[in-house]
Write a protein that binds this ligand. Structure first.
Ligand SMILES: Cc1cc2nc3c(=O)[nH]c(=O)nc-3n(C[C@H](O)[C@H](O)[C@H](O)COP(=O)(O)O)c2cc1C
Length: 348
């Protein structure tokens, strides 16, 4: 029995905020024997509560993922310069961008209160480490607390703060990097190597995420010592994912040739299909999350509705070409072939 994720398969459905993860994908993952993570990011506490209530009816353990808020305030001059640079992109849709940064903490306190009053089996957190008292409060309520990390240093800090376990995210992962300092760009590395290295230094159980493109990749992460494998990108085109039509279409469009890590959309490193928006703005985007997330949101919303993939944040990990259509259960069955061949298969 895994200590961190208690599903039948050593596989977890990644929390994917912004649309892809919703109740249908959570239910599909649970039914397939994978561990479902609900994406708490960007949601109101009320909407999150609704998803938690729906997950409780599934009769399995599940996790809720939160964004740890960023303490830094953005450089206003750099923000304004970037807003001016992006205005021509907004002009394409008749939008005017505000030069004033919008900051928020993604309802951090209200979400913590929700999870301490209505505990869930697992709470995972990305983008940083909260106050140890917040971790302790969730544990006292009965949750296991996992922190996403990208380096041994972050892992050690998570251990010191009291985390029960780690989600080790390799830089091949789709979407936002979990780096705790968004000024840092993760070094190229294979997820199994990151798992081995961090496990050798920090004595906590781990699950591994990033770059899974099939059963062999899943097996290698398990062989490196992870208790489970987190799958994101391979689920993006499945029937139950809430991925937008423009994003889905781009994931199978041969015109997209690579993924890159960029701050251009949100001010935090995130891996996406390389597009013209990234080519134009990657070098100038300041490190200013969530201000840039809010700045580009209207452009991205308009681009999504218009089918304009070149201005949309097309989050994707390096395994994107292997992401299939069809039921999510098929992805988990396919990856389970790798789990069965893992050296650790069948061990308690
Ligand atoms: C569209 C998308 C949205 C994501 N949103 C979140 C999120 O809300 N919270 C989080 O911790 N990780 C998020 N991630 C990262 C995943 O949790 C996971 O680390 C990653 O998908 C694993 O790599 P893979 O995409 O190569 O499978 C997201 C990834 C994608 C592709």
């Amino acid at each position: 029995m895994n200590r961190l994720i208690s599903s039948r398969l050593p596989l977890a459905a990644a929390p994917m905020a912004g649309g892809p993860t919703g109740p249908d994908l959570t239910a599909a993952a649970a039914r397939a024997g994978a561990f479902p993570f609900i994406a708490g990011g960007y949601k109101t506490p009320e909407a999150l509560r609704g998803e938690i209530d729906a997950a409780r009816t599934l009769g399995v353990d599940f996790g809720v993922n939160l964004f740890v808020p960023e303490g830094r305030s953005p450089d206003r001059a750099a923000f304004r310069a970037y807003a001016a640079e992006l205005q021509p992109e907004a002009d394409a849709y008749g939008l005017t961008l505000s030069p004033d940064p919008v900051l928020d903490d993604d309802h951090w306190s209200a979400k913590l209160q929700l999870l301490t009053e209505h505990p869930v089996p697992v709470v995972s957190m990305t983008f940083g480490i909260p106050d140890p008292a917040d971790i302790a409060a969730l544990q006292d309520a009965g949750s296991r607390v996992l922190i996403s990390v990208t380096s041994s240093e972050e892992a050690e800090s998570a251990r010191s703060a009291g985390a029960d376990g780690l989600v080790i995210q390799g830089p091949q992962a789709g979407g936002h990097s979990a780096v705790h300092d968004p000024r840092r760009t993760p070094e190229p590395a294979e997820t199994p190597d990151a798992v081995r290295q961090i496990r050798s230094r920090v004595p906590l159980p781990v699950i591994g995420a990033g770059g899974v493109d099939g059963p062999d990749a899943a097996r290698r992460i398990l062989d490196a010592g992870a208790e489970g494998v987190v799958v994101g990108t391979l689920l993006l085109r499945t029937d139950e994912a809430g991925t937008s039509p423009t994003h889905r279409a781009a994931l199978s469009d041969p015109k997209f040739e690579e993924t890159v890590l960029t701050r251009a959309f949100t001010g935090r490193p995130a891996r996406a299909l390389r597009s013209r928006f990234i080519d134009r703005h990657h070098d100038t985007a300041p490190t200013a999350y969530p201000a840039l997330h809010h700045l580009t949101k209207p452009i991205r919303a308009a681009a999504g509705s218009a089918g304009d993939a070149q201005r949309l944040h097309l989050w994707a990990g390096t395994g994107w070409r292997s992401a299939p259509e069809g039921p999510a259960a098929r992805v988990f069955e396919w990856l389970a072939e790798g789990a069965d061949r893992s050296e650790g298969a069948g061990q308690d």
